[in-house]
Design a protein around this ligand. Structure first.
Ligand SMILES: [Zn+2]
Length: 156
């Protein structure tokens, strides 16, 4: 319980110099106990930071408000990063190639990895597409054939 203070530890909402020690996490909420005064409090990075600040503004020193805004910005930067199709496609294909190069994978595994890559990229481009659409878009097979699904299945 007396782990060293971490840079990201939140400010205590009640005492001026205290910082929370993480007690545990429940869902997206982190529970802390102030190392200074022992006050227990919770931090939910998903809660709307501005609403939280507004509701507690009177009780909260400006320094603590800034801390929550910083934590929120950090969380958003991590969660809401966006990537171009080329970046996703590049990373996905490189990961597939690296895995297949590293391991002497059998043909059905190779087919499964490629099917995953192709289906993921199809779904990114068309969220309404299903597996049959992805197969149609990526493989030259007869209209009613299951193609890669059969190649990777138990009966291949
Ligand atoms: Zn405190």
């Amino acid at each position: 319980m007396n782990a060293e203070a971490q840079p990201g530890d939140p400010d205590c909402p009640v005492c001026p110099d205290g910082h929370g020690e993480l007690l545990g996490q429940l869902g997206h909420t982190d529970h802390y106990r102030c190392r200074q005064c022992g006050f227990t409090f919770s931090v939910s990075p998903i809660a709307d930071a501005e609403a939280l600040i507004a509701s507690r503004a009177e009780a909260m020193p400006p320094a603590h408000q800034a801390g929550i805004v910083r934590a929120w910005a950090w969380y958003v930067a991590l969660q809401d990063r966006t990537f171009t199709t080329a970046q996703v496609s590049g990373a996905l294909n490189r990961a597939a190639d690296d895995i297949m190069d590293a391991a002497d994978v059998m043909e059905p595994v190779r087919d499964a990895i490629n099917l995953l890559v192709n289906t993921t990229l199809t779904y990114l481009g068309d969220p309404d597409a299903d597996l049959a659409d992805a197969i149609k878009a990526n493989y030259q097979i007869e209209p009613d054939a299951t193609g890669p699904v059969d190649w990777i299945g138990e009966n291949s």
